[in-house]
Design a protein around this ligand. Structure first.
Ligand code: LLP
Length: 422
């Protein structure tokens, strides 16, 4: 599926030529399509139309305020994992009644922030966190609405670093501990039990792990209710995969996912919560970059581009595949096998190895596809490279939604203490 299309041999984001953005804003730069973000959200939401499901967009996938505002206006809630993400979601106008707070290490300060905002649900991941939350809420004369994130011991997700639902992962409470922890939660003054939560991994391309998870959790919900607990919500987390163009396994269409979930949960009498991230953001953005040099090596042809692992770390960190495409198609039939690398001083700064592309030259533009999720949010300033900017396109309009900092700004938060003489 391509959301950035070629017109007259030139790649566009909606109605804006990517070359125009590169000329105006410079490269590297993330370019997002507002229409695609909206469409992905709508496709997911449509699957649950007529139900009271809460679609809490997973802010970590792409947390730009403009993106959160766009999705919030379409009805999205937010799944946050830090005080920072919570602040973003609130600032984007997302109602606290649509915010869930996930993560294994919520601090007391973050709990206080979320409690005073009045968020919808805390997804609690340990006994220690439960106690801290109850104490924090009690001190504020509040009760925290919670679900336990239960580890269903289901394998899912494309890469070991993003698989989360196995026993040996750090996430969630152990399956066998659920009854005693729910009982403990029921006895705590600052806690109101509201539901059950799972998140089994990311870039999941099959429905089966979800189906097995729902079956297991369905059984748990029934036994918790039999034990006298009120279970109103079932948060199924995120994780639905996207096509990366590598010919790998195709993820199921969101409509199939929704149909399966609705059918498998129809007798559970719960409000469904979802935390999709990649599915909404991934193919809504590209990383636009310019070739600095070509360098024929002894055994490889290197394409040295101005984007680097600090801008898009997924290939270096997970061996992730991102489709690469020239912005201008030269019509050249002859291809060259390139190793596409950035300027950072590490061999890991490699986007692709032996990738066949039409012959390219210095100053040519290329895009890395499927970079809207876990791209800009994982960027750093390593090698003192400015944090990569972001541009949002809507029709024939575009706006810079995160600007490239200049060097003064980059250095402005650092200081040299007096005890170091200059
Ligand atoms: N909910 C929870 C509790 C999560 O931990 C995550 C992702 C999501 C929802 C959203 O999952 P999604 O729908 O986006 O798969 N940086 C990695 C991905 C890490 C995912 C972490 N958790 C990457 O670049 O592939």
């Amino acid at each position: 599926m391509r959301h950035f299309t070629s017109k007259g041999g030139e790649l566009f984001a909606e109605n804006v030529a990517l070359s125009a953005i590169a000329d105006k804003v410079g490269t590297p730069v993330y370019v997002y399509s507002a229409a695609t973000f909206a469409r992905h959200y709508d496709v997911f939401a449509k699957g649950f139309e007529g139900t009271d499901a809460l679609i809490a967009y997973s802010v970590k996938a792409n947390s730009n305020l403009a993106i959160l505002t766009l999705l919030g206006k379409r009805g999205a809630g937010a799944d946050v994992v830090s005080g920072g993400e919570l602040t973003r979601a609130l600032r984007a106008g997302i109602s606290p009644s649509k915010i869930v707070f996930s993560g294994v290490g919520k601090t007391r300060d973050e709990m206080r922030l979320a409690l005073s905002a009045g968020i919808y649900q805390f997804n609690v991941e340990s006994a220690a966190e439960l106690d801290a939350l109850s104490k924090t809420a009690t001190d504020m004369k509040l009760r925290a609405p919670i679900a336990f994130r239960v580890n269903p011991d289901v394998a899912a997700g494309g890469h070991e670093k993003i698989s989360t639902g196995k026993k040996e992962n750090k996430f969630g409470i152990a399956w066998d501990d659920a009854p005693s922890l729910y009982a403990r939660a029921a006895s705590l003054p600052g806690i109101k039990i509201q539901g059950v939560d799972v998140h089994i991994g990311s870039q999941i391309t099959q429905l089966d792990p979800y189906a097995r998870t729902i079956e297991k959790i369905g059984g748990l919900i029934k036994s918790l209710r039999a034990g006298g607990h009120t279970i109103e919500t079932f948060d199924l987390g995120g994780g639905l995969g996207i096509p990366y163009g590598d010919g790998g396994q195709q993820p199921p269409p969101p409509a199939d996912y929704a149909a399966m979930v609705l059918s498998a949960t129809k007798d559970l009498d719960v409000r469904l919560l979802f935390e999709p991230g990649r599915m909404i953001a991934g193919n809504s953005g590209v990383l636009l970059s310019r070739v600095i040099y070509t360098k024929p090596g002894e055994t490889r042809n290197f394409l040295i581009v101005d984007a680097a692992m600090n801008d898009l770390i997924r290939p270096a960190l997970y061996g992730a595949y991102h489709d690469v495409e020239p912005v201008l198609s030269s019509g050249e039939a002859q291809t060259v096998s390139y190793d596409i690398v950035g300027p950072i001083c590490e061999s890991g700064d490699t986007f692709a190895v032996q990738r066949d592309l039409p012959k390219l030259a210095a100053d040519d533009l290329v895009v890395f596809h499927s970079a809207g999720a876990y791209g800009a949010v994982q960027a750093s300033q390593y090698n003192t490279r400015p944090l990569v900017p972001e541009v949002l396109v809507s029709g024939s309009d575009y706006a810079i939604i995160r600007k490239r900092p200049d060097y003064d700004t980059m250095l402005s938060s650092e200081s040299i203490p007096k005890f170091i003489s200059r």
